[in-house]
Design a protein around this ligand. Structure first.
Ligand code: URA
Length: 296
């Protein structure tokens, strides 16, 4: 093969060539411009914040429903996107999130708080903060993983193909975001290239998620997919946990412990890729409906 002379003038891109290049960028996950100059993430390792505690180490080998590609190897996102010493470390961000989430006394106030929060590095690469949609304090609260491309563009959770399937699933049990369900996510900002959120990002968003559950006090909380399961219950293994009632114990609005029934099920994006799993989710939906009808 002839050697390439990088200093030689490059031929101008044709229209088709430019379109093909853009399509390749999107396929590789480069679908959001966050700066004019390329950043070599490996040169930023010197700026790594202190290692997070053992229970917030980056996601790795745990079993997960394969809804999105795993976080790539290399420095954690917070290192790449932590540009200066004024940006909080992950630990500081978790403390801040916990403090300000506890001060929010309504779901509207919590949404305002999340919108103003700058402690999650994912926010720097996202277009919108995606908080929640639906009827606040409805008996059914559904949590997904993180915004995708459509949600990042619109600021509304579950509006893409997975969202349409979620709406159909809810409709099968007489529920909808318009009338009697609220939908949110474990993460409020789109991870670059739709990769899976890492444990640090989950830990930073967790206080807001927990506060949303406290303020909603749902009759049933549905966690869709491995990330939401892990973020809410700290458990891995959606394959073996789905379809089995769990209990989440958190402080209620009055500080007394609140026990919330949680049903883990598969993520709609997983169902789009594995339609044969819909049969199992149908069973989960029947259990959810029965519990909602019971009202407890
Ligand atoms: N997938 C999710 O988990 N959440 C969304 O909001 C959209 C897709």
């Amino acid at each position: 093969m002839p050697e390439t002379d990088s200093d030689a003038p490059q031929p101008a891109l044709t229209h088709d060539g430019a379109a093909a290049l853009l399509r390749w960028y999107v396929e590789m996950g480069c679908d959001v411009a966050i700066g004019n100059a390329p950043v070599n993430a490996y040169e930023l390792t010197a700026k790594l914040p202190p290692r997070p505690p053992a229970d917030t180490k980056p996601a790795g080998a745990q079993e997960r429903e394969p809804t999105r590609p795993a976080a790539p190897a290399g420095p954690p996102t917070s290192a790449v996107l932590r540009p200066d010493a004024n940006t909080p470390t992950a630990d500081e961000a978790v403390v801040l999130a916990t403090t300000i989430a506890a001060q929010a006394n309504s779901i509207d106030a919590l949404e305002t708080t999340v919108m103003a929060f700058d402690g999650c590095p994912l926010k720097r690469g996202a277009r919108k903060t995606v908080f929640g949609v639906g009827v606040q304090s409805a008996p059914l609260l559904v949590l997904g993983e993180a915004p995708g491309q459509d949600e990042d563009r619109t600021g509304v959770p579950f509006v893409g193909k997975a969202g349409h399937l979620l709406d159909r699933m809810l409709s099968a049990i007489g529920r909808s975001r318009e009338e009697n369900a609220y939908i949110s996510n474990a993460i409020y900002w789109r991870p670059p290239g739709n990769r899976a959120p890492n444990d640090m990002e989950m830990a930073i968003c967790r206080p807001f998620v927990e506060r949303l559950i406290t303020l909603s006090k749902p009759t049933v909380l549905v966690v869709t997919g491995g990330t939401a399961l892990k973020a809410v219950l700290g458990k891995t293994g959606i394959m073996k946990t789905r379809g089995k009632w769990q209990t989440l114990t958190i402080p209620g609005p009055d500080g007394q412990p609140l026990e919330i029934p949680v049903m883990p099920t598969f993520h709609p994006a997983y169902l789009l890729r594995n339609p044969e799993a819909k049969r199992l989710v149908w069973q989960d939906l029947q259990m959810i409906r029965a519990r909602l009808d019971q009202g407890k």
